[in-house]
Write a protein that binds this ligand. Sequence first.
Ligand SMILES: [Ca+2]
Ligand SMILES: [Ca+2]
Length: 174
Amino acid sequence: MSQKYKANCFSRKKLQFFLKPIIILSVIFIIYQLIMFIQLTKDIGKDLPSNLILGTHELQREFYTAKEGQFTCITSGEKIYFELVNDNYCDCLDGSDEPATNACPNGQFFCTEQNDHYYPKVIPSSKVNDGICDCCDGSDEWLRKVLPFRLSDDVQHKLNRYQTPCSYICNKRK
Ligand SMILES: [Ca+2]
Ligand SMILES: [Ca+2]
């Protein structure tokens, strides 16, 4: 067996040794992403009264009823299938088809509790399900996603920023 052949075999084995874990990790990552996506689409609107579309203001709710199976984007005016509302993909230029998700970069989320004096009533949709409680009723964290790192309760209290799981703190002074 030539020296060159041996060297070739060795480098091939070495390559396989490094490639195998990368391929396995990639497959695991893709499966994990798929599971998270399915979970996300399943959980949208869970536990909500059927007349309430999460993230909408009460004055906007009339827009969120299907008219001939369609939804009209509130300010940009495109017509899309009603099934595309809150499907976690941004279809409207104005972001109005995704009131409950963070899919649209220009979207807004209206907290369910609108009578609080100290906390925001509307937040940018980028803060939906980011693991930080922005609405006093925790309605922006409906996925109840827990971040891998967690500050102690004392630190959260000092910073006046709370991580999921959110408590109901409406009308409690900051
Ligand atoms: Ca959509
Ligand atoms: Ca949040």
